[in-house]
Design a protein around this ligand. Structure first.
Ligand SMILES: [Zn+2]
Length: 631
């Protein structure tokens, strides 16, 4: 009896476990905020009513809020990291030494009391009951008065105040281009709780993970300031500044301030910027999305910002087609911040750039509207999924829209990755975004290796399957928090290939791809090519043969563990060879040599990121190209 009972418990536990792993849920927030900004001393006060729905199967006894502005203080963890990392972000330091012998000083350590950033919570209640809480750096730890049971809703009411820091990183006052206020990560923001638990990450460098919900935000500010913001302006006729309906009269209330009222549905962040000298242009894209452009009234940049507008509309249509339709009615490109950063329905970018660079940064940040603000991956854990996918699709888009027409628009990403892999300092992509040894190692891993992840997936499963995978990823994961496994499962379902090995080796290890042509033996009308796998990472192999008469033939060697074969490309003369099982370090391929062979090459498309491509080509005169100079 006891034994039966025990097995029953085990059985039930097993079922629950399985459900937890397969049934998706996400938390929900509704924010109502009312803030009053003083543009003279850069302080603001606010109230926040937050309705939180616990859709998890768990009972919550604590919650956490991010207080990001607290990072911009001399004693902060962000400052400690900035002062100890060997390659600090150039925007966050000044150089007291010479160019040859730099002596970098943290700009955060320079901040005086009235220049630092802070967010302070003055009161917090849960359904009317006062709560105990503690501010720990950039995180507010809150003990709940009543646990939040699965499926239940609670209301948190908060009074808070803040000071906008000097612009050091992403947000702040007085940007280097003279933008008054760049307001990202500016409010007490509830941390995300998901199937992996709480994500109350301190703000050290990067990045973000937020709870999906609806925002209703009122911002009262000096009436001369013009805002660009997440969300739809609810009272354009009281505001004007080209937000009003064209040709209608604006009725501003009397007083020194205007209250801007925004509503943003289904977002996980809320960002705005303000400046008294913004020019505000609008353009309606072909799909009906209203594009807003806010930039400084500066003669040097005006022409570029005007020319950017139709290009932005083209980018939007490109992403609509190649990922999936942009679901909101508006997107804003706003001059602000310190480089380019993606936010909900909006980007903040620096604006004093060449035209190419302005389009480039807009393409990248706008692509994040999909790969972060729709498919909202946890950027701290899976930095390559937002930065890499964005880099991939924006390079593809620019190649078309700027008429670059490169055969492979990702060569820069491949070069970056190959350099990283050969440097001996690579860390796996599964490293937390804050905990790379160097900023440069994070950058190359997230952006370049992340872009190669997709470009190379096109080599593995074929371009058509890759584009179907992106469309289906959008269909199934928009407005959610996908993980790496969710993405690769889509690619598996679309193609039919087994791909877990690719996700694992590429993103969780530093295993490299290194195949070589070891030997070529000619015999009558056949040639035997001996291939060698020198790296630990498996790959299916395309062998491209060019004959002396210019004709070409491809031999495709399927990877056995994929249990699948790629389709031939259009017009390709292709032979499918026997599978190559990974455990065998060498492989013999018999190829047609009835005609004179000029070259034999492993993957002439170079979409496979071989870290040592010098031994990938055999040519008639020089044998394997590696041996030419080495013997
Ligand atoms: Zn990015």
């Amino acid at each position: 009896m006891k034994n039966i009972f025990f097995s029953l418990i085990l059985l039930t536990a097993g079922v629950i476990q399985a459900q937890n792993n397969t049934s998706y849920w996400q938390q929900h927030v509704d924010y109502k905020m009312d803030v009053d900004v003083n543009v003279e001393n850069f302080k603001f006060t606010g109230t926040q009513e937050l309705t939180y729905t616990n859709n998890s199967p768990d009972t919550l006894n604590r919650v956490f809020y991010h207080l990001y502005f607290n990072a911009f203080q001399p004693g902060s963890e962000m400052n400690a990291r900035l002062e100890s990392i060997a390659d600090p972000d150039g925007r966050m330091v000044r150089n007291e030494g010479t160019e040859e012998e730099p002596k970098r000083v943290s700009r955060i350590s320079d901040l005086s009391e009235d220049q630092i950033g802070y967010l302070r919570v003055n009161s917090l209640t849960q359904d009317g009951t006062s709560l105990d809480y503690e501010e720990v750096g950039t995180v507010l730890e809150v003990e709940l008065a009543q646990p939040i049971l699965p499926g239940k809703k609670v209301k948190f009411n908060m009074e808070f105040e803040g000071q906008i820091p000097e612009q050091i990183r992403r947000s702040g006052r007085n940007s280097s281009e003279g933008v008054a206020l760049s307001m990202s990560q500016w409010y007490p923001k509830l941390a995300e709780y998901d199937f992996q638990g709480w994500h109350a990450d301190p703000y050290i460098a990067r990045e973000f993970h937020g709870v999906w919900g609806d925002f209703d935000v009122k911002i009262s500010i000096d009436k001369d300031y013009i805002l660009g913001s997440t969300g739809y302006l609810q009272n354009p006729q009281e505001i004007g500044y080209n937000y009003e309906e064209e040709g209608t009269k604006v009725n501003r209330k009397k007083g020194d301030k205007l209250t801007w009222h925004f509503k943003a549905p289904k977002v996980h962040d809320f960002t705005w910027a303000a400046d008294p000298d913004y020019i505000h242009d609008k353009l309606v894209a072909e799909d009906g999305t209203v594009l807003h452009f806010l930039y400084k009234d500066n003669e040097d940049i005006k022409e570029n910002w005007k020319n950017l507008q139709p290009k932005t509309a083209e980018l939007l249509l490109y992403f609509n087609e190649h990922i999936g339709p942009y679901p909101w009615d508006q997107y804003s490109v706003v001059q602000g911040g310190d480089g380019g950063m993606e936010y909900a329905m909006l980007t903040l970018i620096t604006g004093e750039r060449s035209f190419g660079s302005l389009v480039g940064v807009t393409a990248h940040e706008m692509a994040h509207a999909w790969f972060q603000h729709l498919m909202a991956t946890n950027e701290s854990k899976h930095e390559w999924m937002d930065e890499g996918f964005t880099s991939y699709i924006s390079s593809e888009a620019e190649n078309v829209i700027l008429g670059e027409n490169k055969e492979n628009p990702h060569t820069g990403s491949y070069r970056g990755y190959q350099y990283l892999a050969n440097s001996g300092r690579e860390q796996p992509q599964s490293t937390h975004a804050d905990r790379y040894e160097l900023n440069a190692l994070y950058g190359t891993s997230a952006y370049s290796k992340g872009a190669v992840f997709l470009a190379q997936l096109g080599y593995i499963i074929g371009e058509e399957n890759l584009s179907k995978t992106l469309n289906r990823y959008y269909d199934e994961w928009k407005f959610k928090h996908p993980t790496p496994n969710d993405f690769i499962r889509i690619a598996e379902k679309v193609s039919g290939a087994e791909l877990d090995w690719y996700l694992m080796d590429w993103t969780q290890t530093t295993n490299t791809i290194d195949y070589a042509i070891d030997d070529v033996e000619m015999k009558d009308t056949k040639a035997t090519v001996t291939l060698k796998r020198n790296g630990l990472m498996p790959m299916p192999i395309d062998i491209d043969v060019t004959y002396a008469d210019g004709s070409k033939k491809t031999y495709y060697i399927p990877l056995e563990m994929m249990r699948w074969e790629k389709e031939a490309r259009d017009g390709e003369d292709r032979t499918v060879a026997e599978d190559w099982a990974w455990g065998f370090p060498t492989y013999e391929l018999e190829i047609d040599a009835a005609k004179d062979i000029a070259t034999i090459e492993i993957d002439s498309s170079k979409m496979m990121a071989d870290v040592n491509p010098s031994d990938n080509v055999w040519n008639k005169d020089g044998e394997s190209s590696e041996e030419e100079g080495e013997e």
